[in-house]
Design a protein around this ligand. Sequence first.
Ligand code: HEC
Length: 96
Amino acid sequence: MLAPAHADDIPNLKDPGMISAGSQLFQETQCAYCHGQGGGGAIKLASRSDLEPAYIFETIAEGRAKGALRMPSWRGVLTDDPIWQATAYIMSLGKP
Ligand code: HEC
């Protein structure tokens, strides 16, 4: 069972190893298909200062919809560790 994300459980998202693992995951799964290489696509993730780690984690785990666009839930595909790696990568894109 995967527990919901609590602030206490958040690993060190500034760890370069986590960020590079997340970067790889982002290209290898379909994230880049919708969000663009480096998160600069139509559904933009780069240069965002409003994204919080717990929100990013929950979005990846549960999915999200905007109008007709639907992001699938990745729970069942990815375990907590890779979801946090992707979160670390997305947080690293937030810095302009
Ligand atoms: C089929 C297209 C699609 C795929 C594949 C996809 N997403 Fe998304 N993603 C979306 C849509 C649509 C939204 C909602 C955008 C909004 O609400 O503005 C979204 C939102 C997000 C958000 C929150 C952004 C915001 O503005 O609230 C994050 C973070 C995110 N996706 C990360 C990922 C990651 C990581 C992956 C790969 C594991 C991924 N997405 C795969 C379509 C996709």
